[in-house]
Structure formats: C-alpha cells, structure tokens
Write a protein that binds this ligand. Structure first.
Ligand SMILES: CC(C)(COP(=O)(O)OP(=O)(O)OC[C@H]1O[C@@H](n2cnc3c(N)ncnc32)[C@H](O)[C@@H]1OP(=O)(O)O)[C@@H](O)C(=O)NCCC(=O)NCCS
Length: 374
C-alpha cells in the first residue's frame, strides 16, 4: 500500500529546476534566485518572463526585445479565431483556453519543429496570445465586438485594455502587472508537473501547455480563486462571515484559498495580494469583500491554523479591477504560461521520461473466468 506520506507525491523531488524555488517553512519564493518580495514591486511581467526563460534579468535592450516580441504576437491564428465564437457559446473560459491552445498548434509558424529555437518562439507566442483569447472570449460571449491588442501597451495594460475597451489607469495596470508577476511560476505545482510529464514524452510544447491548463482548471489548484469569489458573494455581509466559515468547517468542507502543500507559514504572494486588495478597497470605496476576507482569514486561522494562499486575496483584487469571476483562473493561466513554457524548455534540454511506480492494491492473481461462467 502506498504510504500516506507518498500519497499525492508529497515531498517527492520530481525534477531538477533552475526556474524557481520555495522555502515552505520560511515562506520564501525565488524566481531564479530573486526573492518574490523584490520582484513584485520592481519587475514587470515582461522582465520576469525573460528571467524565467533566460535565467538572468534582461538588460534594457533585451527587455525591449522581449517586450516587442510579446507585443507583436498577440493575435491568435485564424483557426483559433474561427473556433472562438463556437467555444464562447458552448464552453467555460478555461475549457476554451485548453481547446484553443491545442488548436493553435496546427497553425504555429514553426510547425512541428521541436528544436530549441523553435520552442522558444512557440513559448513567446503562447505567452503573447493567452490574454487575447481570454479578452476576445469575453466580448464574443457578450455579443460585443472584440478589441484588438495595442502593441504600444505592456502585457498587463494591454489585457485590461482589450477586456474593458479603455486604457487602464497607471495604478490598475501596475497592480495587474504585479498579479502577473506573482503568479508566473511556482516550482513543481500540479499544472507545471503535468506540463513537464507531457513534455518528457517528447510531445510538443502546445500539448504540454494544454496539459498544464487542464490541471490548473481544477478547484484544488487554479480554480480556487474563482471559488473564493463565489464564497465572498455568498457571504455578502461581513457580520455573517465568521459563522459561515465555522459552519463550513464543521461540515468538513475545505475553505478555498487556504492551505498549501509546501508553505507551512504565510504564502509570500498572499502578503502582496492582501495589500493590493486593501489598496483597491480604499480606492474604490467598496470595502465589503476586503472586510469579509479579513474575517475569513482570522476565523480559518483560529479554527484550523491555516494561512491564505495566492488565490485568496487574488479573488478580491481581480474583483476590484472589474474582471468577471470566471476569468480569474484563465488570468492565472495568462501568467503561469510563462513558467510552464520555461519548465517545458528546461525539460526538453535535459530530458528523461517521467514514469513513477505505483503500489498495487487489487486482488491477488486469479484464474480467467469465461463470460458464461460470470
Ligand atoms: C492546497 C491544498 C490542495 C493542499 O492539499 P494537501 O497538501 O494535500 O493537504 P490536505 O488536503 O491533505 O490537507 C491537510 C489537512 O489540512 C486540512 N485543510 C487543508 N486545506 C484546507 C482548507 N482549505 N480548508 C479546510 N481544511 C483544509 C485538510 O482537511 C487536512 O486536515 P486533516 O489532516 O484533519 O484531514 C489544500 O490545502 C486545499 O484543498 N486548499 C483549498 C484549495 C485551494 O485553495 N487551492 C489553491 C492552492 S494554491
């Protein structure tokens, strides 16, 4: 029987990586040696993308180059554009993203070239067009015209522009950029592992990223941020938050946005997201969700000793930025695709098939029984 410690591969080192590292006891997250507390207030998503893929921070001309590369590849290819109206009618945004990325492989300009340079270009294209898919999807499902990307804007500002039609104010664009920075990578999380397992069979990068999206979609992973907003909406009033949480815990329900496999203290990303949620609550003059969140945080800590993870305050931040709830997880993907693609390229560069064992717990060997005798 698989030991309890082995269940869910807890504590198992599944890959060597230079992309990111976590100290779960101290609550520290590094991207290529840089502390997330330094990156969040200082780096743009473009800088972080360069860092994850090149393992060094860019100089000014390298940053300019990657920013232009991302800005020029934002338009999805024809096949995806043709599919979007159908997907916008029939699927959730995460299912759309999963399907669209898979479909995008068919028309990628580098075709099925698996060389390192082709894969770098494919990675940049994927990072570039994810936000466009999400924004286009939202307009199409609401019967509105899509807003083409603006190459003069950063990834963060352009997404808000494509989604809302107005250029975001500097503070909102910076906050959203910081959200992208905070979500860009996180060691061997379930979706990155899924992407690396797929890549390790030497399947193509689009397939690996499709696997990553599929894993991120679940509520125990990226889907948690959407579930948090639904919980805030259900609670509605700060005065009801404490009892609501106690009742849910008494029912043995999990409180979304809390707990983590690796962090045994505060998730360092939550520190920034809490601050941003507070700032936005003050800026918008609508403190309800922030107030409810504070009470939930205190109650879960008192009752279960659990800390909020990245998804808890991200929900309030996205809500305050006016982003529809079911786009929260796709936005997570718009950022994490930077990390997924970096990990997939790292896997290709030093590959070995990822193929763990299992512990058999079925019946002992037994004789075949023919159909008539069953
Ligand atoms: C993130 C998560 C999947 C990690 O799971 P894990 O490492 O397998 O931890 P477990 O689910 O085994 O939880 C360990 C214990 O803490 C409890 N726990 C963990 N997260 C909890 C939560 N969010 N609410 C209530 N209890 C929780 C479990 O019930 C379990 O208690 P038990 O030992 O009494 O049975 C888990 O904490 C969770 O489901 N959180 C909610 C979903 C979420 O926010 N996901 C986003 C992660 S960034």
């Amino acid at each position: 029987m698989a030991s309890k410690a082995g269940k869910g591969l807890e504590g198992v080192v599944a890959a060597e990586t230079a992309v990111s590292d976590i100290d779960g006891l101290q609550g520290i997250l590094f991207y290529v040696g840089y502390d997330i507390h330094d990156l969040a207030p200082n780096a743009s998503f473009e800088e972080v993308t360069y860092l994850l893929h090149n393992l060094e921070l860019p100089n000014a001309s390298q940053l300019d180059e990657i920013s232009q590369e991302l800005a020029s590849d934002r338009e999805p290819n024809d096949l995806v554009i043709e599919l979007l109206p159908r997907l916008a009618t029939d699927s959730s945004p995460m299912s759309m993203l999963r399907t669209a990325v898979s479909a995008a492989s068919v028309q990628d300009p580098d075709g099925w070239d698996m060389g390192a340079e082709a894969n770098y270009r494919k990675a940049m294209r994927l990072i570039a067009f994810f936000p466009t898919l999400v924004a286009y999807f939202d307009h199409i499902r609401n019967g509105r015209d899509t807003i083409p990307p603006d190459a003069s804007l950063s990834q963060a500002a352009n997404f808000l522009y494509m989604l809302k039609g107005d250029k975001a104010d500097d503070e909102s664009a910076r906050i959203f950029d910081m959200c992208l920075v905070l979500h860009a990578d996180h060691t061997m999380n379930a979706s990155t592992f899924a992407a690396r397992v797929c890549a390790a069979t030497l399947s193509d990068i689009h397939s690996a990223i499709t696997a990553g999206i599929a894993a991120l979609k679940g509520p125990l992973h990226g889907g948690a941020n959407e579930a948090v907003m639904k919980m805030l909406e259900e609670i509605k009033e700060p005065s009801k938050a404490g009892d609501y949480i106690k009742q849910r815990l008494a029912n043995k329900d999990k409180i979304m946005g809390f707990g983590h496999r690796v962090y045994k203290t505060e998730d360092p990303r939550a520190t920034h997201l809490r601050r941003m949620a507070k700032e936005l609550a003050e800026k918008t003059g609508d403190g309800t969700n922030y107030e409810i969140s504070e009470i939930i945080e205190k109650t879960v800590m008192d009752e279960k000793g659990l800390y909020p993870n990245v998804d808890f305050y991200a929900a309030s931040v996205y809500g305050y930025l006016g982003i529809p709830t079911d786009l929260f997880t796709p936005i997570f993907a718009c950022s994490r695709v930077a990390g997924w693609t970096a990990h997939v390229r790292e896997q290709y560069a030093d590959n070995r098939l990822i193929r763990p064992d299992s512990e058999y717990v079925g019946p002992d060997p037994r004789p075949w029984v023919s159909l008539n005798d069953r």
